[in-house]
Design a protein around this ligand. Structure first.
Ligand code: NAD
Length: 299
């Protein structure tokens, strides 16, 4: 069993750290939020007052932070991970961040002799709690092999996506597909209904035809079609519209820098911005269906 420093014990990081502790690892966590620390303690995580204290003696550091600026700060800032981790410590950042920040933090870690993996996840809070996340991982292959056991304690699958930053590229592309799919489904089901076709009938047909896709089968935005979908819980997330907008922005940033045309992704980003600005940011991303139908949060 390993000594693990865990930085960022929020909605995702809290349960991930708890699963590592549950698997028998000695987990020392840090988060500026006292509430997050208290919750982590209830789940067998030792808590620290600083990053330095959390990573002291750790063979592996795992982080789960909001965005690129926090990841840069936590790793390269004064009092951060790179100043305090043991030589040979393996560093795993599971946050969803921009590709440039991921590659910059990789380079800073490498300069100081550390192996770092960017390992963003799919599966949301429910997946984190159930230990059912999917990790998409960028970085050296031997570092990925060393981390496999830890990924197994927190998730159901881990795929090595290639060198530094490729985990973030995979995450941005995957979620761009998801955001666009959700829009396609929302438009099609609205059109069907307004033309007199029962949405249940369209589901029965399309779920077995060429229009089928993962979002239709699992996150269907029409209430009553897929039992576990957020649509049946008044669009309580799930995966929030705020998060989808963030991920679509990351995809657009990457597309701009790479000079790649992604017109559907750009449209999806604009529509999710409208959803968030209409006051639905805390709702599930499938609530875009309601916006496209001309409905408001209170309707
Ligand atoms: P969160 O806001 O609940 O947790 C982030 C935690 O980081 C907070 O507890 C915060 O106090 C802590 N933090 C902020 N700055 C810090 C610092 N400098 N040092 C230490 N801790 C610091 O967010 P979350 O939902 O847990 O998401 C974390 C990451 O996971 C994000 O990058 C998000 O995009 C990604 N993600 C989230 C979901 C989801 O459904 N929530 C799904 C997949 C990926």
């Amino acid at each position: 069993m390993a000594a693990i420093g865990f930085i960022g014990l929020g909605n995702m990081g809290g349960p991930m750290a708890a699963n590592l502790a549950e698997a028998g690892h000695d987990v020392s966590g840090f988060d500026p939020s006292e509430a997050a620390l208290a919750k982590a303690r209830e789940h067998g995580v030792h808590t620290a007052k600083t990053i330095a204290e959390a990573v002291a003696g750790a063979q592996t550091v795992v982080s789960m932070l909001p965005a690129g600026p926090q990841v840069r700060e936590v790793y390269t800032g004064t009092g951060g991970v790179l100043e305090n981790a043991l030589a040979q410590c393996l560093l795993i950042d599971c946050s969803t961040i921009d590709v440039d920040s991921a590659r910059a933090v990789h380079a800073a870690a490498e300069e100081r002799g550390y192996a770092l993996l960017d390992a963003p996840v799919s599966g949301g809070v429910a997946g984190a709690e159930a230990g059912q996340l999917t990790f998409m991982v960028g970085g050296a292959e031997d570092a990925f092999d060393c981390a496999k056991g830890l990924f197994d304690s927190m998730g159901k699958a881990a795929v090595h996506a290639g060198p530094a930053g490729n985990g973030q590229v995979a995450k941005a592309c995957n979620n761009m597909i998801l955001g666009i799919s959700m829009l396609a489904i929302s438009e099609a089901f609205t059109l069907a209904e307004r033309q007199g076709l029962d949405p249940r009938k369209l589901f029965d047909i399309s779920s077995q035809a060429s229009g089928s896709c993962w979002a239709m089968l699992n996150h269907n935005p029409v209430p009553g079609l897929v039992e576990t979908a957020a649509a049946n819980r008044n669009y309580a997330p799930g995966f929030s519209a705020d998060m989808m907008w963030k991920d679509l922005k990351l995809a657009q940033d990457a597309a701009m820098r790479a000079g790649v045309a992604t017109p559907m992704g750009a449209n999806a980003q604009a529509l999710y911005a409208a959803l968030v600005n209409a006051g639905w940011g805390g709702k599930d991303y499938s609530a875009i269906y309601r916006l496209l139908r001309g409905e408001t949060p209170d309707s």
